[in-house]
Write a protein that binds this ligand. Sequence first.
Ligand SMILES: [Zn+2]
Length: 137
Amino acid sequence: MPDRPMPAFPELDTQAYWDATKDKKLIYQQCSACNTVVFTPRAHCTGCGSDNLKTLQSKGEGTVYTFSVVRQNRQPAFAEMGAYSIAYIDLDEGFRMLSTVVGVKDPTTDIEVGMRVKVDFERQDSSEYLVPVFRPA
Ligand SMILES: [Zn+2]
């Protein structure tokens, strides 16, 4: 089975984010000028355009905002996975990220909008970086 798609590293704006995954840390940014929480990592604030962003570590706890279940994916790297979820997670620090909810018996029935989840990190294939996923809290 081929490796799953990953960014091409070094990755200009998100390198620090991916480096943090190696230590199982989920990081995000907050603007020092206007306090806007910024995710995904980038060079400028989405609220005011300032480049004065500080990097913070998330506790990795949040709720499922919405989700979908992919029952079959013919992309070779995903073909043998079976059903899996794609979910937007609202982190308690105030940002939303696209991820997946794992660790449920059946993703077609065991995931609910609003359920509490906590981040975990999975190694994908041969990549040195870990991928943040979420498990029921
Ligand atoms: Zn700002």
